[in-house]
Design a protein around this ligand. Structure first.
Ligand code: ATP
Ligand code: MG
Length: 470
């Protein structure tokens, strides 16, 4: 269904109740920018709950989700995500972001919105269809690429500190500039972000990470002082130089480059997070060595622990946490495989450890090559290609990526006359080690022969040792 047709139907329902209705916010903004979106926000001048009833009937909506306390409801219709809200005025108490609201007209509703580019409304009556209502010069700011609050920025941000994060999110998404006074007000109020719930912060942060060039938003977060409020571990990467010599590299800016690099490869959120956190353990492990200059031994292990803590605090899912920790912990391994003397066994182990995430690990690894010295980049890229080639060779031969034990537990029990217990696990581990070592190919018959050959050894001292060790 075309949006015009949708708007016409919705307008008719409003008219039946004698309510005014307008399209507002993101849809109008994005339409003027030439983007079609399926998320549409409406302002209803009148009782939104009554309008929910009327609309449900007129459009035969199956479900409408109502939030009577906030005067809003949502519905899906022909692939559109529709949100309706009562025109309202808001007043805020100092230490909460829950406003006291009362019904109002369209203009006061528009004035409570966060940025001029979000105060645009569109008329959907047949008489004035498509006319833009623009009381804060939002259209000009949209043309000029400017993020600015419609009212006094200090008040806007102290009313709802999440708006500070939204300012940066929109600047990052649209590649806009935050107007000077607005930005100064963010810097002055950054500390107040602490009253906002982590879920809402994480939501905006994700949107910033998912932009085309995340470094833009991340730099703004840093310059505004907001990053230090909700992500101090990241600001601590600043001023941590890498190695001795003239090519000092700051870990913070290096990290931003790595995030941009994975973003350019179309990385999803979790890979972007892994890039963001890959060096997070560096400040804590920094030591000076007369020969090597600054070193960061074990930063991947410390980093893994820190990543887990940070991601939990940010309320990411366990899947994301596990994935990111794995990549942070392994991020140095591929490049450590450079050199003739590296055995296939070391490569097999990496393939096995990375499992399904091997491709992402390699993407991260390549993105991590960021030197400003072309000869160095060239050398590292050659090393990278060499490692990738060896991984592919070993992988093709041994098919370790989605490792399934070639002899399963049932067969082990049957052949060895065992009951379920730790001994079965031990034999499985014995097979895995033999495959990784290259003592036996990753095939059923060969592995079965191999364990049968070692049967006595596996059954005798193995069982006893298992028991002694508890
Ligand atoms: P997108 O959907 O792309 O994130 P959007 O502008 O539609 O962008 P929403 O969060 O969907 O953003 O909000 C819809 C509209 O509601 C905004 O355009 C803005 O006018 C208003 N709005 C949302 N959050 C706030 C806020 N915290 N303070 C003031 N106005 C807000
Ligand atoms: Mg929206």
């Amino acid at each position: 269904m075309k949006p015009e047709e949708l708007f016409h139907k919705i307008y008719q329902s409003a008219k039946r109740l004698n309510f005014q209705i307008y399209v507002v916010g993101g849809y109008v903004r994005d339409k003027l920018l030439g983007k079609q979106v399926k998320d549409i926000d409406f302002v209803v001048v009148g009782d939104a709950m009554k309008f929910a009833d009327a609309l449900k009937e007129d459009l035969h909506l199956r479900t409408v989700v109502r939030y009577p306390r906030f005067g809003t409801f949502m519905a899906r219709y022909y692939g559109y995500q529709l949100e309706f809200v009562n025109a309202r005025e808001e007043s805020y108490q100092k230490n909460s972001r829950k406003p006291v609201t009362k019904q109002a007209d369209l203009f006061s509703d528009l004035s409570r919105r966060d940025f001029t580019i979000n105060t645009l409304a569109m008329d959907i009556s047949p008489e004035r269809f498509g006319e833009i209502i623009d009381i804060y010069n939002g259209r000009k700011d949209l043309q000029d690429g400017i993020i600015r609050t419609p009212l006094d920025p200090v008040k806007t941000f102290s009313d709802d500190p999440l708006r500070m994060l939204r300012a940066i999110r929109f600047a990052a998404q649209l590649d806009f500039t935050i107007e000077e006074k607005t930005f100064a007000a963010i810097q002055a109020n950054a500390h107040r972000l602490s009253i906002i719930s982590q879920e809402r912060i994480t939501d905006e942060f994700n949107k910033i990470l998912m932009t085309e060039k995340p470094s833009k938003g991340l730099k703004l977060l840093d310059e505004s002082g907001l990053l230090n409020v909700f992500f101090p571990e990241l600001t601590r990467l600043k001023g941590v130089e890498q190695r001795k010599g003239f090519h000092h590299k700051d870990v913070f800016y290096h990290t931003l480059e790595v995030v941009d690099n994975v973003a350019a490869k179309g990385a999803d959120l979790k890979l972007r997070l892994a890039a963001l956190l890959h060096d997070i353990g560096k400040p804590a492990t920094k030591r000076f060595d007369e020969q090597a200059g600054w070193t960061f031994h074990g930063h991947e292990v410390v980093g893994q622990r820190m990543a887990k803590k940070i991601l939990k605090r940010f309320k990411y899912s366990n899947d994301i946490i596990q994935y990111v920790c794995k990549l942070v912990g392994l991020h140095l391994r591929p490049m450590a495989l450079v050199g003739e003397e590296v055995t296939d066994s070391a490569i097999r182990r990496l393939i096995f450890l990375a499992g399904d995430d091997l491709d992402d690990l390699m993407t991260l690894c390549k993105a991590d090559i960021t030197s400003k010295i072309p000869s160095k980049v060239k050398r590292y890229l050659q090393n990278y290609d060499y490692v990738l080639k060896r991984i592919n060779e070993v992988e093709e031969r041994d098919r370790l990526r989605n490792f399934q034990p070639p002899v399963d537990g049932n067969e082990i029990m049957q052949r060895f006359g065992l009951k379920p217990g730790p001994q079965v696990g031990k034999i499985k581990k014995f097979i895995l080690e033999a495959i990784l070592n290259g003592d036996v190919p990753n095939e059923h018959d060969a592995c079965l022969d191999y364990i049968l050959k070692h049967k006595d050894e596996l059954l005798s001292d193995g069982g006893n040792r298992e028991k002694k060790n508890g």
